[in-house]
Ligand binder design. Structure first.
Ligand code: C2E
Ligand code: CA
Ligand code: CA
Length: 697
């Protein structure tokens, strides 16, 4: 391509927009066949947040960046390319296509751009149109590439997208949505549906989520998945969410007026609502207008709102709490937040979407493990979980088995119109969503809560540690404990700590099975039985071995009560089970702090990562050929690879401990890596325990 005679952009030296179009037009004239057969591509580039860059680094800094990007675009285009800066931070590139290397080159290009500034992530979105007709003009190509470019999403890793014709249809639909939304709201074409939430264990209705639908006069029902993203681009969503909230309040008002026992209703608030300063006040005004007690109202915020800054989210939650609203975290576990972030957010409930776990080819087993981990996290936070998107009974059964009984999904009901929901609430037994621990207050009907009863007397004067334990649906709960029982578990624990503790959650499968077998034996024989089980203590998660003897003291249709007597036999057991203890301590401790950890077997070069490593980095339960395989997969970033190898060599060679700061993952996040080596009796290194903490934590 000879372009010497063309006019150029003074900053970057690329073709001016007019010259660029002229030059491209020549190709359409000269090679219409090639145009038709996909032998050329038009690419449009759009730098994200370029304004911010200018503000931060001055216009000199901005110019430098533009120059750099221009060079990279030319490099990407290769010899026979035409490149232009069309205006400010927008670029176009026209190239012949001779092979299928373009996607690979684009990956390399976007990565180079992303890493060009040390402290600032520069993101460039790219739209690609591969020519498919002979009669297309340059501006037509550019329009298509630009359209594709607008489909690149902030939150997704892919920075470039190829044009396809359905994008035009979608654009038209978007335009139609924007043109009609105002009228649709006025004429009440938006309808609120309700999807009930159930306690899978008791079958009771516990709440519902309000979900909006657009009943379009000609198009039929349009799903929120289609129009919400469009409305989120133009603030209209705030109006719509307030509308949905108002309808929800009106429904609750109607329930109260018609003496129907209400259930709590959740409404969705979008990311934009959170940024909108008046939202809590406006909602409160609507609530008052309908005079609905605030306990029947909940708001769902999405995990992705964290991307707009944790302070905004925190202050929104705080405001809502002050007004008395419950706040639920939607799509918990979708990957935006870590346990650490969640700990700092004052949430009331977590919603866990089953669908988030089922895709991406994650094996069934892995999914179950992640779920269990997430549910356990929720318990640490003391929060109830609602499982969402539950379609099959097995999913609900599984969720219940790991302590999450509240479900919402097609298994029970699809979202239904207001009228149907109203009828449903009338005819159903209502339950409530409780925190995962069942505390003493909830049980006061039984005789042994009476301080004057014989039972109480025996209970308190009994020489050893004693408790009342409830067994129900395969789970055990402590419902009452005496002082000595608490002492057996740990000197510094309070009664509440111990009552919150659900032994089965702190036991491995084997020990749980031992306990369960004993429970069943007691029920069968109605005689006292004894067993020994390992578990972790409340709060400190110390492994302890308990000798438990149990006796049945009562039963109802779905639960059985036991008196249990316990003795802490850990010290006796410890000498025998030193290895078991170590392993448990290790797991328990590391799961509580913000670190990644793993075990590394020096001989076999196998690495066993912790749950967080598996979740965040997608590692399998066992990684072979460590660290080479991890380097290959960019778990350790290429620039840190050499240093990491040296670190590992020193561990292999028998250094007792070692430490280094090394960038991990393709995001090059610096982590402090520490290793501690374990030696056998002969002093040979056998294992090393590795940990990684983000630098600055
Ligand atoms: P979401 O908040 O996660 O809502 C749950 C979505 O999952 C709903 O989709 C619901 O119909 C669907 N769902 C529930 N159970 C199942 C199941 O078992 N299987 C499958 N495949 N899907 C199930 P819907 O109603 O299409 O809403 C989609 C999204 O649109 C919602 O996701 C929410 O983010 C947004 N949305 C809906 N209504 C509103 C609203 O009033 N305001 C705002 N801001 N967003 C809304
Ligand atoms: Ca939701
Ligand atoms: Ca959800």
């Amino acid at each position: 391509m000879h372009t010497e005679q063309y006019e150029r952009d003074s900053l970057t030296g690329l073709l001016s927009y007019t010259s660029f179009q002229k030059a491209v037009a020549l190709y359409t004239e000269v090679d219409p066949k090639g145009m038709e057969n996909g032998k050329y591509a038009m690419l449009c580039f759009n730098l994200q947040r370029f304004k911010v860059i200018n503000d931060l680094f001055g216009s000199d800094g901005g110019d430098k960046l533009l120059l750099f990007v221009a060079k990279q675009i030319e490099r990407l285009g290769g010899e026979n390319c035409l490149a232009s800066r069309t205006h400010s931070d927008h670029f176009c590139l026209f190239i012949p296509i001779t092979d299928d290397s373009l996607p690979g080159r684009l990956d390399a290009f976007t990565e180079t751009i992303e890493n060009c500034a040390p402290d600032f992530e520069v993101i460039c979105h790219v739209g690609v149109y591969v020519t498919n007709r002979s009669d297309i003009r340059p501006d037509g190509m550019i329009a298509r590439a630009l359209l594709a470019c607008s489909f690149v999403k902030e939150a997704v890793d892919k920075r470039y997208i190829y044009y396809n014709p359905s994008m035009r249809t979608q654009l038209l639909l978007e335009q139609e949505i924007i043109n009609n939304m105002g009228k649709a709201l006025e004429e009440e074409h938006f309808k609120v549906y309700y999807q009930p939430q159930y306690n899978h264990t008791t079958g009771q209705l516990v709440g519902a989520e309000a979900l909006v639908r657009w009943l379009h006069p000609t198009r039929g029902i349009i799903s929120p998945g289609v129009f919400i993203p469009v409305l989120e681009k133009n603030n209209f969503i705030v109006k719509l969410d307030l509308f949905v909230f108002e309808k929800t309040c009106a429904l609750l008002r109607r329930m109260i007026d018609e003496k129907v026992q209400p259930v709590p209703l959740s409404v969705n608030v979008s990311r934009l609502d959170i940024l909108y300063p008046d939202m809590p006040e406006q909602m409160e005004a609507i609530r008052r207008k309908y005079d609905v007690p605030v306990e029947w109202l909940r708001v769902e915020i999405t995990e992705s709102a964290i991307m707009d800054g944790i302070e905004k989210l925190t202050s929104f939650i705080e405001k809502m709490h002050k007004l008395g609203f419950n706040v639920e975290m939607d799509d918990f576990g979708s990957g935006y937040s870590s346990l650490n972030m969640l700990k700092n957010l004052d949430l009331d409930t977590l919603k866990l979407d089953m669908r988030l776990l089922s895709d991406e080819g994650s094996s069934k087993n892995n999914g179950a493990m992640i779920l269990t981990g997430l549910v356990r996290m929720a318990k640490w936070l003391g929060l109830p979980i609602i499982g969402e998107g539950v379609e099959h009974k097995e999913q609900a059964d599984f969720l219940a088995s790991i302590g999450c009984s509240y479900v919402q999904g097609f298994l029970y009901s699809r979202p239904i119109p207001e009228e149907d929901f109203f009828e449903m609430v009338k005819n159903q037994s209502i339950g409530e969503i409780k925190p995962p621990m069942q505390l003493i207050e909830n049980m006061n009907s039984a005789q042994f809560w009476n301080p004057m009863s014989i039972e109480t007397l025996i209970f308190n004067s009994y020489v050893g540690g004693a408790a009342v334990m409830e067994y129900r649906n395969g789970r055990v709960d402590l419902v009452r404990v005496n002082k000595k029982f608490i002492k057996e578990l740990g000197e510094d624990l309070t009664e509440e700590d111990v009552l919150k503790w659900q032994p089965f959650d702190y036991m491995d499968d084997k020990n749980r099975q031992i306990m369960l077998d004993t429970v069943h034996l007691v029920i069968e024989t109605n005689e006292e039985q004894e067993c020994e089980t390992w578990s972790q203590t409340p709060i400190h998660h110390k492994p302890i071995c308990m000798r438990v003897s149990m006796r049945m003291i009562g039963n109802s249709s779905d639960n059985v009560m036991f008196y249990i007597l316990i003795r802490n036999v850990t010290t006796e057991k410890n000498t025998m089970c030193d290895m078991v203890r170590r392993e448990k301590l290790f797991r328990a401790a590391s799961e509580q702090v913000n670190i990644y950890y793993w075990e590394y077997d020096i001989k076999t070069k196998k690495m066993s990562p912790c749950f967080r490593c598996m979740r965040d980095l997608g590692l399998p339960e066992e990684v072979t050929d460590y660290p080479e395989s991890a380097i290959e997969q960019h778990v350790i970033s290429p620039e840190g690879a050499e240093r990491y190898r040296v670190l590992m060599q020193s561990i292999d060679a028998g250094l007792a401990s070692a430490e280094a700061v090394i960038p991990l993952t393709d995001d090059h996040i610096p982590f402090r890596i520490r290793y501690t080596t374990e030696f056998d009796e002969q002093g040979n290194p056998v294992k090393a325990y590795g940990s990684a903490v983000p630098v600055g934590e």
